[in-house]
Design a protein around this ligand. Structure first.
Ligand SMILES: Nc1ncnc2c1ncn2[C@@H]1O[C@H](COP(=O)(O)OP(=O)(O)O)[C@@H](O)[C@H]1O
Ligand SMILES: [Mg+2]
Length: 249
């Protein structure tokens, strides 16, 4: 099986070599767990180590903020962009909901091998609100037409919108990471409680403080078409990015 590597030692091993090609993986965790950083590493390593074209679709950090984030780790996004190995687009959620159209255009033109969408939470919140509008690609009428004509609550409609969004993204058969904000006490794997079922894979990032120390760990919860390490994987965010710590002997 062909796999897409993170290029992060320990993580690729836990995934038996990487994410099976074409899988759409949900990366879920609380604020500050390192989701955006891991997305960046996934894309930068893909481009610089494996020569694979990488697309970053950001809905939270704008282009300046992303460049600043990367340079704090010593990563030069500009260089990879100039080599046409990396493309970064910022989708401003306050500017309506032509998300799929924009994504479709950039994927067809750029033809990436790997994609990260950071974050799904901001995007779906915006689409759900904007999605009720007449002009939106996720108009209420369109969504309701695809479901049975029984009364729908807002939540079910929101789930239909999300389902459509993810189904559309899956059609590209690109290895894709979607980030999702997870609240501390949440028992669900994603903010919306549905993405984990549609996604081919789920990876959770945890951050806990115990006494004076804080601990970061990662966990693979689901990965279709592959076996994976079920253990908790301790990691650290270092000045060189996310590093998987040696397993204690
Ligand atoms: N240069 C750096 N060196 C070490 N750790 C850093 C550096 N820059 C950021 N961090 C850590 O990364 C965290 C932010 O990670 P980020 O990927 O933005 O998280 P998320 O997207 O999950 O909210 C910060 O809270 C900080 O702990
Ligand atoms: Mg982030």
């Amino acid at each position: 099986m062909e796999r897409t590597k993170f290029g992060i030692q320990g993580l690729d091993k836990a995934l038996m070599g990487g994410i099976p090609n074409g899988n759409l993986v949900l990366l879920s965790g609380g604020a500050g767990t390192g989701k955006s950083t891991l997305c960046m590493q996934f894309l930068i390593n893909g481009a610089s180590l494996f020569g694979e074209k990488a697309l970053y679709i950001s809905t939270e950090q704008n282009l300046d903020e992303l460049h600043k984030h990367a340079s704090a780790f010593g990563w030069d996004l500009k260089k990879l962009e100039e080599k046409n190995l990396l493309r970064i687009i910022f989708f401003d959620i306050t500017h309506g909901a032509n998300f799929l159209k924009e994504v479709d255009a950039v994927i067809k033109e750029f033809q990436p091998k790997r994609v990260a969408i950071d974050s799904m939470t901001t995007l779906t919140d915006a689409l759900i609100i904007g999605g009720m509008g007449e002009k939106s690609e996720f108009s209420l009428v369109q969504v309701v037409e695809t479901v049975s004509p029984i009364p729908r609550t807002e939540q079910i409609i929101a789930k239909s919108i999300l389902y459509k969004l993810i189904s559309e993204l899956k059609k590209y058969k690109l290895t894709t990471i979607l980030t999702s904000e997870l609240y501390e006490e949440s028992k669900r794997l994603s903010a919306d409680g549905i993405t984990e079922f549609i996604a081919d894979g789920v990876m959770l990032m945890h951050y806990i403080e115990i006494g004076v120390g804080d601990y970061r760990s990662l966990e693979v919860r689901k990965m279709r078409y592959s076996d994976y390490d079920k253990d908790i994987i301790p990691y650290d965010i270092t000045p060189k990015g996310i590093v998987i710590m040696e397993e204690p002997k």
